[in-house]
Write a protein that binds this ligand. Structure first.
Ligand code: FE2
Ligand code: FE2
Length: 189
């Protein structure tokens, strides 16, 4: 899936200037990604391939979380409570209510969040002066890119090509509106 708008040029300087806050938010994002993988496994065990894929995804996102927590610890940062993510919450509100529709939307929204995360982590990778940290972010960005593909595949597993394409186009448009309407935050989204 190809995002319709690029992140504003103002985001990276802001994120780098408040990188400690971004790290804490990033840890919460990885935690939510791991939790969402298990939640999808719980909700849709009948989708071919999904249980094993979501188990692996939960493990990968938990590993990302553990590594972000390690970076935080080295900088003396505590996790604290999750302040919430208006971006992800905005996307969750787009989920439709019918069982089939909701299932497709959950896969597509998860894919969108991965795609936007990938874009932002890549920006951090290019902007961070600390070489080790930049490599870490480049590696994570690549991993999130793979997750976008995984969720697109799952969407195609549960709906036909035309249905996926129409819904994805709609959600990509709404995602673009959402990301452009949100205030600049020292956060991944
Ligand atoms: Fe991740
Ligand atoms: Fe991911």
């Amino acid at each position: 899936m190809k995002l319709k708008v690029a992140t504003s040029g103002a985001w990276l300087p802001h994120a780098l200037a408040h990188f400690d806050e971004v790290l804490v938010d990033h840890a919460h994002c990885e935690k939510k990604a791991a939790a969402n993988a298990l939640s999808l496994l719980q909700a849709y065990p009948e989708v071919p391939g999904l249980p094993a894929q979501m188990a692996r995804l939960a493990r990968e996102e938990s590993a990302h979380l553990a590594r972000v927590l390690q970076v935080m610890e080295a900088r003396g940062l505590a996790l604290g409570r999750d302040g919430g993510d208006p971006y992800a919450q905005g996307l969750q509100r787009l989920l439709r209510h019918g069982a089939k529709e909701r299932q497709l939307d959950r896969f597509l929204v998860a894919g969108l969040i991965e795609a936007r995360s990938c874009e932002r982590l890549e920006l951090l990778a290019r902007g961070l002066e600390d070489k080790a940290l930049a490599r870490f972010y480049a590696e994570l960005a690549q991993s999130e890119d793979g997750h976008t593909t995984l969720f697109e595949r799952l969407a195609r597993e549960v709906a036909d090509e035309a249905t996926v394409a129409t819904r994805l186009e709609h959600l990509l448009t709404r995602e673009a509106e959402l990301i452009e309407g949100l205030p600049l935050r020292a956060a991944v989204h």
